[in-house]
Design a protein around this ligand. Structure first.
Ligand code: 3PG
Length: 306
């Protein structure tokens, strides 16, 4: 069996070693393709592989066709919108994710970004604190739950809205449940997005919601770039010079946003949420383990295509 770790954005070396240490004892070969710049490199590298470990790497039907032995793709992470699930199913390829494994890393980054924003990018002027501020979480999956835990410890007032209308986890955690998206946006000082990218969520956060945010509010996005309706965001923030957008996912029209929003648009140069040694180890090793369990015993836990 040959397993390719194909990561345009590489794992920490210790995670790559950990993957190899799981594959070696069962006699699987590990290949590594990191920091590739052309799709052609990926197409060449998958030619003889049985399994694939990826991050946000885009895997479409063309990549699958270039890998005739491919049986399983594991997205080492949560969101799998970068994999064409229908194409995988049509080719009898199992796709899995590793839910929750990098969630704390993303949650910690959100706190870091918020402190950076609230302290005016450490420019020496007087900023604001997070303690006592209202933090609204849009969805309550693994990242939001970790963020709630940390933010609660910092004295923030947590609430959430569950778009899938499954608020029980929020209630069990002891946080206020909003009845609508509108309420979530209108009530909180900070709204943090934790939506996957799906046909329903794409461009779902736009003018109507952003324009009702409280004075001096912050919208923070560690989820996906395409859940934002960029025109709506720019329009709302142009009308409301008090609002800020803080993100780990640069907008599609990044240069225009920099030009129009100036320093109210705060972004990481590269998506950094899951980029910690710990998250790489958690997600990478889980991916390797899931591949071995699938190949050896047919275990399909965490399969996301049917
Ligand atoms: C995820 O969906 O797990 C996160 O967005 C992390 O993505 P990354 O592995 O590309 O950093």
């Amino acid at each position: 069996m040959k397993v390719l770790v194909a990561t345009e954005k590489p794992f920490a070396p210790v995670a790559v070693k950990g993957i190899k240490d799981i594959l070696d004892p069962v006699g699987y070969e590990m290949a590594l393709l990191e920091k590739y710049t052309e799709k052609a490199q990926l197409l060449e590298a998958v030619a003889d592989v049985d399994a694939l470990i990826i991050r946000s790497d885009k895997i479409d039907g063309e990549v699958m066709d270039a890998a005739p032995n491919l049986k399983i793709i594991v997205r080492a992470g949560a969101g799998y919108d970068n994999v064409d699930l229908a194409a995988a199913t049509a080719r009898h390829i199992v796709v899995m994710n590793t839910p929750g494994q990098n969630a704390n890393a993303v949650a910690e980054l959100v706190i870091g970004l918020l402190i950076y924003a609230c302290r005016n990018k450490f420019n020496g002027t007087s900023g604001t604190e997070l303690m006592g501020k209202k933090l609204g979480l849009l969805a309550f999956g693994a990242v939001a739950q970790n963020l709630a835990r940390i933010a609660h410890g910092m004295g923030m007032d947590i609430s959430s809205y569950s778009p899938l209308n499954r608020p029980q986890k929020i209630i069990d955690a002891g946080f206020h449940v909003h009845e609508s998206l509108h309420d979530l946006f209108a009530f909180n000082n900070i709204v943090s997005l934790h939506l996957p990218s799906t046909p329903e969520t794409r461009r779902s956060i736009g003018y109507d919601l952003i324009s009702v945010m409280r004075k001096d509010a912050i919208l923070v996005n560690s989820a996906r770039q395409d859940v934002i309706d960029e025109e709506g965001l720019i329009k709302a923030m142009t009308e409301r010079p008090d609002l800020r957008y803080v993100t780990d996912l640069k907008l599609a029209d990044h240069d225009r946003a920099v030009e129009l929003l100036g320093d109210r648009y705060i972004f990481t140069p590269k998506k950094m949420g899951a980029q910690t040694k710990e998250a790489n180890i958690n997600a990478g090793l889980a991916a390797a383990q899931q591949i071995v369990e699938f190949i050896e015993d047919g275990v399909k836990k965490f399969q996301v295509n049917k």
